[in-house]
Design a protein around this ligand. Structure first.
Ligand SMILES: *Cc1c(COP(=O)(O)O)cnc(C)c1O
Length: 393
């Protein structure tokens, strides 16, 4: 059994939460890189299988290293229950597919990560789940989309890549009146800066690939919700459809958690500084940063996010070629579509992450040809500043 860490502060739990030592009393958590488990007797195997005796039976169901990671993230989120997955997308699919069924209706915000949009618009309808895509920032649109069979609302906030903010508490209030589950993809805010469950959401998903690893090493994902939701919908679906997290990746992510607040706080400080810097440049038309005064949803961002995130978006004057020129001139900041990394990464959404949308869809989301998304890392702010100013000159 791991120690009860529920009364400890976040920074302590990020380092000690969920740890279970073997008989060797190791400092760093052990990697249990095994698929199966053995039993002392046939009776014991039978007891494990019928639930009379606690313990592991197969790593697709549960594994000691995976459990340590799950417990550490559960404590951080303050959720009753958690299941982890091999990627963020497996988490989103698990969260939605575990409880939606043919005949149900899902309402999703249009500003979704591309693969999330594919699940909502293409995969789920194939299984008879009707989907309505709306502008998630418009509260009336959520209300008007509700039908008698609406079972779920799904959105991310801040959104990728334009960092729009959706009012979680307000959307959750609408949902509660109609018994609708609210699923929030909380990747951009991180569990440190935004707590959707406290704001009334019922399910939270993560791509642990992003800030939780935060060092470009491992894929992973998580679904957090109340115990009853996990027991009723997620538990069996997760066991039998097989999106399980590898113990090695769980260990990598567990180690990532130990420095999560150090990395995210530093990167956020850098991002806020760069948002100020870029907002004062003649060649930048506008910037989007949740805690910057110029953000159209600044008040909501201040209300529901402790800090403004490690990501920012900005539009370079001169369109796509100007954006390409800027990205190509950068030295410290790398061109990459990943995010949440200790290394600063820049991407051109129109031609990469959002290239499969139509131009009209992109412009509706505010993704213009001159727009770049910057995931700010933990480098010295002086070097990041120099890099951007040099590229702009
Ligand atoms: C990256 C990302 C995902 C998908 O996560 P993977 O780990 O790449 O599968 C889902 N939602 C958001 C908002 C993301 O940024």
């Amino acid at each position: 059994m791991s120690k009860d860490n529920s009364s400890k502060l976040i920074e302590t739990n990020l380092i000690h939460g969920g740890s279970e030592r073997s008989q060797f009393w190791e400092t760093s958590e052990a990697i249990y890189m095994n698929s199966g488990f053995t039993y002392e007797s046939a009776e014991q195997a039978a007891a494990r299988f019928n639930g009379d005796e606690p313990g592991f039976v197969y790593s697709r169901y549960a594994n000691p290293t995976v459990n340590m990671f799950e417990e550490r993230l559960r404590l951080l989120e303050g959720a009753e229950a958690i299941r982890t997955t091999s990627s963020g997308m497996a988490a989103v699919f698990l969260a939605l597919a575990s409880f939606l069924k043919a005949g149900d209706h899902l309402v999703a915000a249009r500003a979704l990560f591309g693969s999330c949009l594919y699940i909502a618009e293409t995969v789920l309808p194939r299984f008879g789940v009707e989907t309505t895509i709306i502008d998630g920032c418009d509260l009336t649109a959520w209300k008007e989309a509700i039908k008698p069979n609406t079972r779920a609302f799904f959105f991310e906030t801040p959104t990728n890549p334009t960092l729009e903010i959706i009012d979680i508490a307000a959307v959750a209030e609408i949902a509660q009146k109609h018994d609708i589950e609210v699923v929030v993809d909380n990747v951009f805010a991180t569990p440190l800066y935004q707590s959707p469950l406290e704001l009334g959401a019922t399910v939270v998903t993560y791509s642990a690939t992003k800030h939780i690893d935060g060092q470009g090493r491992a894929l992973g994902g998580a679904v957090l919700a109340r115990q009853e939701f996990i027991d009723e919908y997620v538990h069996d679906f997760h066991r039998h459809t097989g999106p399980s997290l590898s113990p090695f990746n769980a260990w990598t992510l567990l180690k990532g958690m130990e420095t999560l607040s150090l990395r995210v706080d530093k990167a956020t400080e850098n991002a806020a500084h760069l948002a100020d810097l870029l907002s004062n440049q003649k060649k930048i038309n506008h910037i989007r940063y949740p805690h910057h005064k110029s953000h159209p949803h600044y008040d909501i961002a201040k209300k529901q996010m402790k800090k403004g995130s490690t990501l920012l978006a900005f539009e370079v004057e001169g369109g796509q070629q100007a954006a390409f020129n800027l990205a190509n001139k950068l030295e410290t900041i790398l061109i990459s579509n990943n995010l949440g990394d200790a290394k600063s990464l820049i991407t051109h959404p129109t031609t990469t992450t959002h290239r499969s949308l139509t131009e009209e869809q992109r412009l509706n989301l505010g993704i213009t040809p001159g727009m770049l998304r910057l995931s700010v890392g933990c480098e010295a702010i002086e070097d990041l500043e120099k890099d951007l100013l040099n590229a702009l000159s």
